[in-house]
Design a protein around this ligand. Structure first.
Ligand SMILES: [Zn+2]
Ligand SMILES: [Zn+2]
Length: 220
C-alpha cells in the first residue's frame, strides 16, 4: 500500500473492530501492521480518536472502541458489505475482485445512498465472502457449530460458510480451486505435512495449512 494515502478515521475504527473480531489484542503495532502505516502515525491517530471519544487506550497499550466508535465501525462495515453486494449483484463483478473496490468506495456512501442500496439489494446477512456483522468472532462462529477447514474431520462432508477476504491473491486461488461460500466439499485426509486433501465436485484439491486456516466450514 502507498504510505502517503491518508488513512481515515473510519479505517482505524474498522480495523480495530475487525482485529477484535479475529481475537487479536489490539495495540498500536497491530494497527500499524493492519493499515500499513507507521507506529508514530498510529499514535497520533489514536490520540485524536480518544479525544473524540471514539476509542479508549488502556495503560497496557490496549486500544478499545467506545460505543460510539463501535457504531461508526459497524456502519462502515455494513456499507462495505453493501458495496460488495452492489458490485457482484448489479455489476456482475467477480466475487474475488470486489473487496478492494469496496475498501475505497465505502467512505463515499451517504445515508441516502445507503438507503437506496438497501432498497435495491434487499436484506442479506452476509457479503459475497460470507462475512457479516453477526457471527464475527471466532468464538461466536464456533458456538454456531462452525470450524476452520484445517480442523475439519477426515471422511466428512462440509459446506464453506466464509473465507478471509483481505488477501486478493488468496481469493483468486480459492476461486481457481472452486472454493467460495456455499461450496460443498469432502475432507479426504488431514495430512502430516499440515496439508488437507479435499474432494470438490469429484476433483481432488490439496490445500496448505495457511489457506485451510482462512476458510470456515460447517457440517451440512
Ligand atoms: Zn470486503
Ligand atoms: Zn466481503
Amino acid at each position: 500500500m502507498n504510505l502517503t494515502i491518508t488513512v481515515s478515521k473510519e479505517d482505524y475504527l474498522k480495523a480495530i473492530a475487525e482485529a477484535e473480531a479475529e481475537g487479536e489484542t489490539v495495540i498500536s503495532a497491530t494497527l500499524a501492521h493492519w493499515l500499513s502505516v507507521t507506529r508514530p502515525a498510529v499514535t497520533t491517530a489514536i490520540k485524536r480518536l480518544a479525544k473524540d471519544g471514539l476509542v479508549r487506550a488502556g495503560k497496557d497499550g490496549q486500544i478499545q472502541l467506545t460505543p460510539s466508535g463501535r457504531g461508526i465501525a459497524e456502519r462502515t462495515i455494513f456499507r462495505h458489505h453493501l458495496i460488495e453486494r452492489m458490485l457482484t449483484e448489479i455489476f456482475d463483478m467477480a466475487w474475488y475482485e470486489v473487496h478492494d473496490e469496496a475498501e475505497r468506495l465505502e467512505h463515499a456512501v451517504s445515508p441516502a445512498f445507503e438507503k437506496k442500496l438497501v432498497d435495491k439489494l434487499g436484506h442479506k446477512e452476509v457479503c459475497p465472502h460470507g462475512n457479516g456483522l453477526v457471527m464475527r468472532s471466532d468464538s461466536e462462529r464456533r458456538k454456531h457449530g462452525l470450524c476452520l477447514l484445517s480442523e475439519a474431520e477426515m471422511g466428512k462432508k462440509y459446506r464453506v460458510t466464509s473465507v478471509y477476504e483481505r488477501d486478493r491473491k488468496l481469493l483468486e486461488f480459492f476461486h481457481q480451486e472452486g472454493i467460495r461460500p456455499g461450496t460443498s466439499l469432502a475432507v479426504e485426509s488431514q495430512n502430516y505435512d499440515g496439508t488437507v486433501t479435499l474432494n470438490i465436485g469429484n476433483k481432488g484439491v490439496r490445500l496448505g495449512l495457511p489457506a485451510a486456516q482462512k476458510i470456515w466450514v460447517v457440517r451440512p
